[in-house]
Design a protein around this ligand. Sequence first.
Ligand SMILES: [Mn+2]
Length: 406
Amino acid sequence: MRILHTSDWHLGQHFMGKTRLEEHHAFLSWLVEQVQAQAVDAVVVVGDVFDTGTPPSYARELYNDFIVKLQQTGTQLVILGGNHDSVAMLNESRNLLGCLNVQVIPGVMADIDEQVIVLNNASGAPAAVLCAVPFIRAREVMSSESGQSGADKQRSLQEAIAGHYQQLFARAEQHSAQHHQQHGQRLPIIGTGHLTTVGASSSDSVREIYIGTLDAFPVNAFPPLDYLALGHIHRPQKVGAHEHMRYCGSPIALSFDEIGQGKEVLLVDFEQQHLSAVTPLSVPVFQPLARLTGNLQQLKEAMQALAAQHTQPVWLEITVSEDDYLSDLPARVEALAEGLPVEILLVRRARSANQQGLSDASGLTLSELTPDEVFERRLALEELEAPVAKALHDLYRQLITEEELS
Ligand SMILES: [Mn+2]
């Protein structure tokens, strides 16, 4: 039995004025080829299929076309909702896709038996049970108790999520035991999740981690699954040192800080009833990205070096040092790129990090700052004593957490 574990496609992502359509199209074509070449029995997509709850038509078309192509290979597909996905939007085509060997779990289901899915091998025989857990919204698993502090809410949510896993796991064990009675062999139990667990590291494009939706779900609160397919974190990694608890990561770099992460999907094999191997498959780089830092002269040389290494245009994030006081900096940087196969998506000033104020003489724009940085900068404009500043900072965190949990 071979599963392909992937997540965090973010179809329809708008990236500093660029569309990812070409990359996503290339990735999904590659994925269908791999499914055939690697004899995959089931594909599991662990959330953030789309970048927003209202994806553009071309992104929906990519999704639909992928499903049609995969269906032609006879491979079972399970789609889970992530925090970027709209439950309602994924739900629209759920029944329709059910006719195409696709199970869509947009959110926690009213009938949780629908989240226990039997996965079949190539010959159509049951080979694994999936506890299909999407991104969990607090209101789906707990009733709001007013008066609870942010920390209490966090704890209640954690307990509710753990309870949800236990419920599904108990049902999956029944399936497995029944199979054992009939065929003398239990079925491996696979779980999914779209959340942060302790030990996982993050990146810029996973903003929720910094502002704390669910800080981190403890690894030991998961039931004893044979394999746990995780999504949400874009860097592929094991959780702790556990071979069987994995983030597959996003298939394309979704922010400049994801450059060089080695994007992959995971082939997960079960022999008899046990996990036998997890094999990463490297996803080709369909659009090269690079980050360059230096003064104007150094940047010019770095751009020329990059141009010599790549045949297709490289998307650049530029940080200018030394020369960053120049008021016509963007134009000067653009001029450096003239005639070279590079496209500059973002120009930063090295000194901006030390400068105060929301917008300042350097012309630093809001788009170069994260929401947290905006708050910190605004706070820095006030002359506050340290305890007051800290209290305001804590209140801000708490507000953000409560907003995310409500
Ligand atoms: Mn996510």
